[in-house]
Design a protein around this ligand. Structure first.
Ligand SMILES: [Zn+2]
Ligand SMILES: [Zn+2]
Length: 144
């Protein structure tokens, strides 16, 4: 099981993330837009136990699309987004792919919440697009 590393912009929070990842997606939901200031966020689904953090992220919790509490973790100093917990069943969390030291190791495989997509945001047309959360069980994909 190989491991990759990442962290926030200022470096106060660092992490190690073990593979394989469960999924990689582009999320266009309005909360991701507000939280990042961009059209979408690229997320890596992993089990919570796959993430080992150094440093203490600040947290922000609100109600997700499913009605459950969604907690976003980010650096209190630089604002760099790290991961989100609470919107998926079980212990699955979503790590912000852009926080990886080498974000090119991930390959997005779907686009979710396209109902909220902004007109100027574009995606690989080969990717399946879902109106909201992808239906059915989350597919397992070997890491690239
Ligand atoms: Zn930071
Ligand atoms: Zn989202």
């Amino acid at each position: 099981m190989s491991e990759v590393q990442g962290g926030c912009l200022c470096g106060a929070i660092r992490y190690r993330l073990s593979q394989p990842f469960i999924f990689v997606g582009q999320c266009c939901c309005k909360d991701c837009q507000k939280a990042t200031g961009t059209g979408h966020t690229t997320i890596i689904g992993v089990h919570k136990s796959q993430l080992a953090l150094t440093g203490e992220p600040k947290r922000f919790t609100n109600a997700g699309a499913s009605g459950g509490a969604v907690t976003r973790h980010f650096c209190a100093d630089c604002g760099g987004r790290l991961y989100t917990a609470g919107d998926l069943p079980g212990d699955i969390i979503m790590v912000q792919a852009g926080s990886l030291d080498d974000p090119n190791i991930v390959k997005p495989e779907r686009v979710i919440y396209v109902k909220d997509k902004v007109a100027w945001d574009f995606f690989d047309p080969a990717l399946p697009q879902h109106e909201a959360m992808a239906p059915g069980p989350v597919p397992t994909k070997p890491s690239a």
